[in-house]
Design a protein around this ligand. Structure first.
Ligand SMILES: Nc1ncnc2c1ncn2[C@@H]1O[C@H](COP(=O)(O)OP(=O)(O)OP(=O)(O)O)[C@@H](O)[C@H]1O
Ligand SMILES: [Mg+2]
Length: 400
């Protein structure tokens, strides 16, 4: 991918030399801008929008067809410029830089950056799009569709690919910081891609003994790990593994397992599932900024296994989940350990998703799906199984 912000206005690649800026009239400037030829940033007219498939915090996402290759579909994510006084948003630049670095089967592929032509109609301001290979589904969309049933082998394949993606990005010193089902894409052939690097950042172990001071206002609340909720700023890859654990449980429960509506309530839900947060189970937690300020439930027993047993019949699945949803980030399984877990190496082995997905010819995205059940869920209970379907080698897929 070649994308460079072309700031050198007298570039030879543009066939015209700009008049000296101090001598330009407004009209001349406008004409200059609309005729400017960005050599590394094609016009978005090479794609034809087909449908809107996402409405994120940072802009809209469209499915589009490549006009030069009508069989090829892309996803175009609009860069939101409305609040920008200083030109191209730094957050989008960060996302682009990270996506340019990451090239892996299980990470969404950024093809290029496109722009609309500046004209009078858009007040001489281009709109920019991040253009990705199109993926037919996102995991939130799939999970919200009761007709989509994952066998145990298929769940293993989803989790194995997700952890492979995390292993790769963490090896490249990138934290995702927004793990959730809607940010996990799946192609019609069953290939999983981590997506939405809008909150991602590079990390390195703290320099000369100085702890990192990253922002802890990241990760969607329901998937946010306890260390971030308690104000930790010197965090690392375990923040993404907590999200992986939440997503893993959701493969069976079909809706997010801890749906707090405030940071305090999220921590309460976590304590009710994973046990009380204290220095016995998590040495050093007492030094976190919010530990003493938050009034958290004392003497809660850890109930991960007990509470998830009605959903996850497989003992290896429960065991892996128990190792991911660990309060102390230093003791939480990393992606390498998780990938070596017996869950992935016992029968039924991970199994391709392509055949199952072939039964579903309609794309499934969170944006297009009805709101998932459970937003009104009672605070300290997991969603209750309502129907049970399909016996698959002793495994029950429960639908909500
Ligand atoms: N390459 C793609 N193929 C298909 N759909 C995609 C693709 N990229 C994004 N989407 C869809 O668009 C949605 C929003 O995209 P993304 O998460 O990157 O944007 P966002 O604005 O950061 O979203 P949010 O703030 O809601 O997390 C995704 O959840 C997914 O449904
Ligand atoms: Mg997103």
């Amino acid at each position: 991918m070649s994308f460079k912000m072309q700031t050198n206005v007298s570039s030879r690649e543009n066939n015209h030399n700009p008049p000296h800026s101090t001598m330009m009239t407004i009209r001349e400037k406008e004409e200059y801008i609309s005729n400017f030829n960005f050599p590394f940033c094609d016009e978005s007219t090479k794609y034809e929008k087909v449908a809107k498939i996402g409405q994120g915090t940072f802009g809209e996402v469209f499915k589009a067809r490549d006009k030069s290759n009508p069989k090829k579909f892309v996803a175009m994510k609009k860069v939101l410029m409305e609040n920008e006084k200083e030109g191209f948003p730094i957050t989008a630049l960060r996302e682009i830089r990270i996506l340019q670095l990451l090239k892996h089967e299980n990470v969404v592929n950024l093809i290029e950056i496109c722009r609309t032509k500046a004209s009078q109609a858009n007040r001489y301001r281009s709109t920019f799009y991040l253009v990705f290979d199109f993926c037919e589904h996102d995991l939130a969309g799939l999970l919200s569709n009761v007709n989509v049933k994952f066998s145990l082998g298929e769940i293993k394949k989803v989790m194995q690919q997700l952890l492979n993606g995390l292993y790769y990005i963490h090896s490249n010193k990138i934290l995702h910081r927004d793990m959730k089902a809607a940010n996990v894409l799946i192609t019609k052939n069953g290939v999983l891609k981590l997506a939405d690097f809008g909150l991602a950042r590079a990390f390195s172990s703290s320099k000369n003994g100085q702890p990192n001071r990253f922002t802890n206002r990241v990760v969607t609340l329901w998937y946010r790990p306890p260390e971030l909720l308690l104000g930790e700023r010197n965090y690392g890859p375990p923040v993404d593994l907590w999200g992986a654990g939440c997503i893993m449980a959701e493969m069976w429960t079909r809706s997010p397992i801890m749906q707090g509506n405030s940071e305090h309530q999220q921590l309460t839900l976590i304590s009710q599932l994973c046990g009380s947060i204290n220095p016995q189970v998590w040495p050093g937690v007492e030094n976190l900024e919010l530990y003493k300020k938050m009034d958290l439930p004392p003497s809660q027993k850890r109930k991960v296994r007990e509470r998830l047993k009605p959903y996850l019949k497989d003992p290896y699945a429960i065991d892996l989940l128990d190792k991911l949803l660990v309060l102390d980030p230093n003791k939480r399984a990393d992606s390498d350990t998780a990938l070596n877990h017996d869950f992935f190496w016992t029968d039924p082995m991970p199994c391709e998703l392509g055949n199952m997905l072939a039964n579903h010819t309609q794309s499934m995205f969170e944006f297009l799906a009805p709101p998932r059940r459970g937003t009104q869920m009672r605070h300290h209970s997991l969603p209750r199984p309502t129907t049970s379907t399909v016996q698959d080698s002793g495994y029950q897929d429960r639908v909500f």
